[in-house]
Design a protein around this ligand. Structure first.
Ligand SMILES: Cc1cc2nc3c(=O)[nH]c(=O)nc-3n(C[C@H](O)[C@H](O)[C@H](O)COP(=O)(O)O)c2cc1C
Length: 208
């Protein structure tokens, strides 16, 4: 399936076949595709907790307004964003230097710019963590679609409870839950989108 077909055919699934699982290798492969997403300075704020064990999914379901898809999907990813992602940049840029992609001087420039951008601006650091996490989630949804799976993003959950129950450190903000698995009958078709003329302006903004 090409990217355009995956974009057009993806639905937000509500019904999952509870009898069909995904292997750890399949879960890893989905996350590998998710990490192809771009991020500011390539900080890669995204982190993933894969919840696939039936008892764990039940615990997660109770923190997600008892949405049944949390129990039925093969895996539910808790997608996290690192609020302190920029602190890891000095180490991360070394990989691009070692690969010959960034010069040491340019890498140092990135690190300094990222510190200046985020270190004293926690609101922007949080925006960035959520922005990156959301891009990774979208990449994961498209990868799942391309592999014949369906996905269901969710913000209907108690973030504090999820952090507590699943041992998630303070530095991470839960971005969304993402259920992935095989579909069961009864999913709604793709919903109508606003038309391009309703969302697009050329050159300058307007009240849409
Ligand atoms: C960030 C986000 C949070 C969402 N939260 C929930 C949720 O908690 N429960 C749910 O059933 N659907 C949730 N949805 C699914 C939306 O309702 C769905 O994406 C939208 O209706 C469009 O559906 P479609 O992609 O199938 O056309 C969420 C979607 C997004 C992107």
């Amino acid at each position: 399936m090409d990217a355009l077909a995956a974009l057009k055919e993806r639905i937000s699934a509500d019904r999952f076949d509870p009898s069909r699982r995904l292997s750890e290798a399949e879960i890893r492969e989905l996350v590998a595709y998710a990490t192809e997403a771009p991020s500011s300075f390539n900080i890669q704020h995204w982190r993933f907790v894969a919840v696939a064990d039936p008892e764990d999914k039940e615990r997660l379901k109770s923190l997600a307004y008892n949405q049944q898809k949390v129990a039925d999907a093969a895996v539910v990813f808790i997608i996290l964003g690192d609020l302190r992602g920029h602190e890891k940049l000095p180490e991360l840029v070394q990989r691009a230097v070692a690969a010959g992609i960034l010069s040491p001087e340019r890498a140092e420039g990135w690190v300094n710019m990222a510190q200046a951008t985020y270190a004293n601006n926690p609101a922007l650091a949080r925006d960035e963590a959520i922005r990156s996490g959301a891009l990774a989630a979208m990449a994961l949804m498209i990868a799942a679609q391309a592999k014949g799976l369906v996905s269901g993003p969710m913000i209907g959950f108690d973030p504090g409870g999820v952090k507590r129950e699943f041992g998630i450190a303070d530095r991470y903000v839960p971005v969304m839950l993402l259920a992935v698995g095989y579909p069961a009958p009864g999913n709604l078709p793709r919903k109508p989108r606003l038309g391009v003329e309703e969302v697009l302006a050329f050159g300058r903004g307007r009240e849409f």
